[in-house]
Each structure stands twice: as structure tokens, then as C-alpha cells.
Design a protein around this ligand. Structure first.
Ligand SMILES: Nc1ncnc2c1ncn2[C@@H]1O[C@H](COP(=O)(O)OP(=O)(O)OP(=O)(O)O)[C@@H](O)[C@H]1O
Length: 225
């Protein structure tokens, strides 16, 4: 089995205001080209889990693997590199830099990684924008485009370093039904045409039902997957 991500017995506690066991023995796997959604009531631990899986939060017990590599126990510097190379993120809010152009926003994570020349990165950024049918917006300021377009720019930015997995925290939470449908179709194409794995926290049942698998969280525990 070609695994992209695996967790083994992840447990996490918050210590303030009092001890709270927020993630309980969370074990699951994401395969290559798999499109997985995470659902659960408000407060069930979805965002907390995504922080752990995305390597941002290291305060947990258990094991996290990306591919074959054990990620748990790495230094913050190592994690930052691993994250930039392997994981793309799309959030509910696009977090684009409004004074920068669309193209500059998409180029930023590749600049940060520092592995390619400016010209190569610019070419890659245009290619991602073309794939998402928004290359004509490349030189617009990010503040001057629509909400749906902003989310597509955020997806292009998440893809610029060719991650193995794309993670989303409510990526359609701020969009109308037409733009949500667009985002779903983009994700599905990325899976089918590029073999990308996707892991998306969502409250949207219609969205989740059409993914390959739903991981259901209840009080920090997986009750179905
Ligand atoms: N920094 C923190 N300190 C203490 N408790 C926290 C902290 N962050 C979150 N929690 C608690 O942990 C639980 C899980 O929160 P989390 O944000 O992961 O839930 P969620 O499933 O993503 O909810 P929502 O769907 O509302 O976004 C909640 O009870 C929340 O109040």
C-alpha cells in the first residue's frame, strides 16, 4: 500500500484552563490519490487534529509518518522544511497578501523553500494558475479579485511546491454553493489527474459524501473511517 500519511495512537491534552484530553488514540492512514474528509461536531477536535497532522503542533504523544518517514520528534527547523516540501494548505480564509499580485502570492512558498530560481518559480506559478483557469489574473492585486478567485489563488499557492498531500480546514466554509462546487471539482481533478492525496476538514455533508472516505471524530476519538 502506497501510504502518504499515517498516525499511530495520537493523544493530545490541553493543560489550561484544566487538563482536557482532546485527541484520543487517533490512528488512521491516507493512501496516495486518496481524497479523505474529516467530519465531526463543533469541538470534536478536527482543527486540533489537523494542526498535529500538518506538523504545526508537536505537543502530542503517538507517531506521525509522512510517507515512510517518522515525523514525530523532529526539530522545528526540520519540520518547517518537511512541511514546505510535502504539505499544501488551504484554509477557510485565503490569507493572501492583499498588496501583492496574484502571481507573487503564488510564488511565495517556493521562494521560501529556496530551491529554484526566480524564473523557474515564476514559470511554475503561471502553470498552476493556468491549471486553475485564473492565469489572466496573474498581475492583479490579490485584494481586487472575487472570493471564489481568491480561494483558487490560495489553492495554486498550496500547490506551488508540488506537495504529496493537500490539507484543508473548511476550504469551502466561506464560499457560496457555486464556488464550493468549483473547489470540490478542482480537488477531485488533482486526485484523479495528478495522484494528489487530500485531507479536508469540513462541515459540508454534500462535499464529504463525495470524497473517498469520511473519518468521523467524536469527542476526540475516531468512531468511523
Ligand atoms: N488552545 C486550547 N486550549 C484549551 N482548549 C482548547 C484549545 N484549542 C481548542 N480547545 C478545545 O479543544 C476542543 C476541540 O477544539 P477544535 O478546535 O479542535 O474543534 P473542532 O472540531 O475543530 O471545532 P469547530 O468545528 O468548531 O471548528 C474544543 O473543546 C476546544 O474548546
Amino acid at each position: 500500500m502506497n501510504l502518504v500519511l499515517e498516525t499511530k495512537n495520537i493523544n493530545k491534552h490541553f493543560h489550561k484552563p484544566k487538563d482536557f484530553h482532546v485527541l484520543k488514540n487517533v490512528s488512521f492512514k491516507v493512501k496516495k490519490s486518496e481524497f479523505v474528509s474529516i467530519m465531526g461536531k463543533s469541538g470534536s477536535g478536527k482543527s486540533t487534529l489537523l494542526y498535529v497532522l500538518s506538523t504545526m503542533d508537536t505537543d502530542y504523544t503517538g507517531e506521525l509518518y509522512l510517507g515512510e518517514e517518522l515525523i514525530t520528534g523532529k526539530t522545528h527547523r526540520e519540520l518547517s522544511q518537511i512541511r514546505n516540501e510535502n504539505i499544501g494548505f488551504v484554509f477557510q480564509f485565503h490569507y493572501l497578501l492583499s498588496e501583492f499580485s496574484v502571481l507573487e502570492n503564488v510564488m511565495l512558498p517556493a521562494k521560501k523553500l529556496g530551491k529554484k530560481s526566480h524564473l523557474e518559480i515564476e514559470r511554475d506559478a503561471h502553470q498552476k494558475l493556468e491549471m486553475l483557469h485564473i492565469d489572466h489574473l496573474a498581475h492583479q492585486r490579490a485584494s481586487r479579485i472575487s472570493g471564489g478567485e481568491k480561494q483558487r489563488v490560495a489553492i495554486a499557492r498550496a500547490l506551488i511546491n508540488n506537495p504529496t498531500i493537500l490539507m484543508g480546514d473548511e476550504p469551502t466554509g466561506n464560499l457560496d454553493s457555486h464556488n464550493s462546487e468549483n473547489v470540490f471539482n478542482i480537488f477531485k481533478n488533482l486526485k484523479e489527474e495528478q495522484g494528489l492525496s487530500l485531507l479536508v476538514v469540513t462541515h459540508d455533508e454534500d462535499f464529504a459524501k463525495r470524497t473517498d472516505r469520511i473519518v468521523q471524530l467524536e469527542d476526540g476519538r475516531i468512531v468511523d473511517q
